[in-house]
Design a protein around this ligand. Structure first.
Ligand SMILES: Nc1ncnc2c1ncn2[C@@H]1O[C@H](COP(=O)(O)OP(=O)(O)O)[C@@H](O)[C@H]1O
Ligand SMILES: O=C(CO)[C@@H](O)[C@H](O)COP(=O)(O)O
Length: 482
């Protein structure tokens, strides 16, 4: 048996996976995001650890963990987790959807014009490097005390093993990695005022990085087992769905919305804010588009229109598959990365009348997020070909209405597979299995889970949505900078 731990933005999920790849059990513990100022988004690393411990203790109380052979880690990417001597946390972690560092992005680009040649990526506030320049400028005392910079899941690893380690896929999101070489770039680190000693050691996703400490093994009623490097949540989710060969494509509907496609070697198109990263398996790269508020827009409209629960909000629209909404929504509640790279983009409802209902708002939100995801898909297609169908994972994939809408708007079949709800945790457990069984087991472990349902596009609806999409795109262009 193997354990996968996924540190999502909305909560920690842990799963227990059998030797044959079946998910035997899962537990979760929620997290909240603190937004003390405009554009800020933070979480406390101690809260990550408490949530992980809580979910693991629940897993241990409901299942025997005696036969667990290894643990794999996955997590929200990019978050700047700053540690002083002896691993003391210096300030709240600055998350992937924090937009405060847009000035520092311009500074880093000026300081290091070769950044795209080294990393293949645009300098965006979500990435870790500009966040560190912001800390250097605004909190020099904190910056002076930085001993290590970790990514969120690697802070959990530090608490479990005492080691400072990371994996290629997560390190890709720092902007400090030479992407083709899959190794830290001195040039990028120096441009941020940092050095390699302050970075964790980089491993491939299935490599073993250490073992859990004795106290934790007792606490979680298991043996002292190895911990593998794991992956950023999108790469780990792709491993969970068996997305490992060129063109295979996945959509993650978590707090963020991500189109992830395996590329044939390293390929990039930073002009459209496309992300070009290393995959969580060796010698493999991928591209991805990232929208900053995807399923989180549903949470927001649920609160706004007082539905009480996400399920109730979705119930209000489930019979509207054949109806295009009159209201248009721009989903940029946290600004946007792909394709606009605009930290100051905002959420907008347009087209409301006396007749507009709370259900219209929910439908407009789902449509708006879906159009924005299609902009992301176009960005991915600008750099590479994609498969004929797309696998969907994440909390948002629980909505059958949304999956059909995605198929209609994208005009692409959308597949929901077993384990889709816990994709990144499943991928982390799979990487743990490969770590124990060796790289020869990679293809055997990374199979596609059983298909639960394929959502086929409807051509009439696709045509109607294509018209509405033009309004959606025009609205952002007209309001940009307003
Ligand atoms: N039944 C549902 N239908 C659609 N979305 C849902 C449903 N239940 C939860 N969600 C959404 O799933 C999101 C959390 O998904 P998850 O993949 O766990 O995100 P993260 O990895 O960012 O923590 C929430 O924003 C929530 O709105
Ligand atoms: O910033 C990115 C990827 O570049 C996000 O995808 C984060 O990795 C957060 O993921 P979720 O919490 O939405 O799964």
């Amino acid at each position: 048996m193997y354990i996968g731990i996924d540190l999502g933005t909305s909560g920690v999920k842990v799963i227990l996976m059998a030797e044959n790849g079946q998910v035997l059990a899962s537990c979760s513990s929620p997290l909240s995001v603190s937004r003390p100022f405009d554009l800020w988004s933070e979480q406390n690393p101690e809260d990550w650890w408490q949530a992980t411990d809580l979910a693991m203790q629940q897993l241990a109380s409901e299942n025997s963990l005696q036969d667990v052979k290894a643990i794999g880690l996955s997590g929200q990417m990019h978050g700047a987790t700053l540690l002083g001597k002896k691993g003391a946390v210096l300030r709240p972690a600055i998350l992937w959807n924090d937009g405060r560092s847009h000035e520092e992005c311009l500074l880093l680009q000026r300081r290091c014009p070769e950044v795209q040649a080294i990393t293949g990526n645009l300098v965006m506030p979500g990435f870790t490097a500009p966040k560190l320049l912001w800390v250097k400028e605004h909190e020099p005392d904190v910056f002076a005390h930085i001993d290590k910079v970790l990514l969120p899941k690697d802070y959990l690893r530090f608490r479990m093993t005492g080691e400072f380690e990371t994996d290629v896929s997560d390190a890709s999101g720092t902007l400090w990695l030479n992407m083709e070489q899959r190794a830290w770039s001195d040039t990028m680190l120096q441009a941020t005022g940092l050095n390699e000693q302050q970075m964790p050691t980089v491993y491939e996703g299935s490599e073993i990085t250490g073992t859990i400490n004795d106290d934790l093994a007792k606490r979680w009623s298991m043996s002292v087992v190895p911990v593998v490097a794991g992956g950023g949540d999108n790469a780990a989710g792709a491993v969970g769905m068996g997305i490992i060969k060129p063109e295979e494509t996945m959509l993650s509907l978590g707090t963020s919305g991500v189109i992830f496609s395996v590329s044939d070697g390293f390929t990039a198109n930073p002009a459209v804010a496309l992300h070009s990263f290393g995959h969580a398996i060796p010698d493999t790269w991928h591209t991805m588009s990232v929208m900053l508020s995807a399923a989180s827009c549903i949470d927001w409209v649920t609160r706004l229109a007082q539905f009480g629960s996400v399920e109730a909000a979705l119930l209000a629209v489930e019979n509207r598959v054949d109806r295009v909404c009159n209201v248009t929504f721009l989903p940029y509640l946290s600004g946007e990365r792909t394709p606009h790279n605009d930290a100051n983009a905002k959420g907008v409802f347009w087209g409301m009348t006396h007749e507009t209902t709370p259900a219209d708002l929910v439908q407009a939100v789902l449509e708006g997020v879906t159009f924005a995801l299609l902009d992301g898909l176009d960005a991915v297609r600008s750099a590479q070909s994609i498969s004929e169908s797309i696998d969907v994972i994440g909390g948002g994939a629980k909505s059958t209405y949304w999956l059909q809408l995605l198929a209609d708007v994208f005009a692409v079949p959308m597949d929901y597979r077993e384990g889709g709800e816990v994709g990144p945790a499943l991928g982390a457990a799979r990487l743990a299995a490969i770590g124990v069984r060796g790289n020869a087991a990679l293809r055997e472990v990374c199979v596609k889970p059983k298909l639960i349902k394929r959502y086929l596009p409807n051509s009439d609806r696709a045509a109607r949505y294509a018209e509405k999409r033009e309004r959606f795109q025009g609205l952002y262009q007209r309001l940009k900078g307003f």
